[in-house]
Design a binder for this molecule. Structure first.
Ligand SMILES: [Zn+2]
Length: 214
């Protein structure tokens, strides 16, 4: 019996467990029905241990990864509750400059460029009144606490050049400038509306170097 695709597009002729696997793959970004089906068939062909290893890794992903209590970067869970991520622990980095990013992906995009030696703060999103994302929903309180230690002198706001990213940057600037901080916005040779995580390294390095005061 052909199953009805949940999206109502087409029926698939596969047994239910196989169909469910295809649908799980399809729910991932950038994966359409063709790739999803190819991946599912691939897993039927490889040795069982390989499939089990993949299943184990998926299961452990959320169990063993936690967010850094300081910057909200992802880190491996440790027994000590006070431990922070490798970046926050790195004493060779400049703790007086914090780059504020929307998500962990952007943090790693900047980190890959190898040019920025300060610390980060991940907001876990951006302001979007339409979607009900208010300042309270972001990790702004945590950033405020870091600034209050007096060790931070500059914030580089690296939110995306989208309407919401700009609104977030403006909000942060208005919040933190009165606290005596230098607040700058990365410059964009980046097409408006493009998500930062997809920008190439060189463009990203230049946009950080050419940051402008807000
Ligand atoms: Zn951290």
């Amino acid at each position: 019996m052909a199953l009805i695709d949940p999206k109502g597009l087409r029926a698939t002729p596969y047994p239910l467990p196989f169909h469910r696997l295809i649908e799980s793959f399809r729910s991932l970004p950038g994966i359409g029905i063709k790739t999803a089906t190819k991946l599912a068939f691939h897993l039927l062909k490889v040795p069982e241990e390989e499939v089990e290893r993949l299943a184990r890794e998926l299961g452990r992903l959320r169990e063993e990864l936690v967010l850094c209590p300081t910057c909200q970067n992802i880190m491996e869970q440790t027994l000590e509750e006070t431990s922070t991520c490798a970046l926050c622990c790195d004493l060779s980095r400049d703790g007086s400059t914090i780059m504020v990013v929307e998500d962990v992906q952007t943090l790693y995009a900047v980190e890959r460029s190898g040019e920025f030696r300060g610390l980060y703060h991940v907001l876990m999103g951006r302001l979007s009144p339409l979607e009900g994302i208010t300042p309270e929903a972001l990790r702004i309180r945590e950033l405020h606490a870091r600034v209050e230690t007096g060790e931070v002198h500059e914030l580089i706001i690296a939110t995306s050049p989208t309407t919401e990213g700009e609104a977030t940057a403006l909000y942060l600037s208005r919040l933190f400038k009165p606290m005596g901080l230098r607040v700058s916005r990365i410059a964009f040779g980046i097409p408006i509306g493009l998500e930062l995580e997809y920008v190439d390294d060189i463009t990203l390095i230049r946009s950080v170097e050419a940051r402008r005061p807000m």
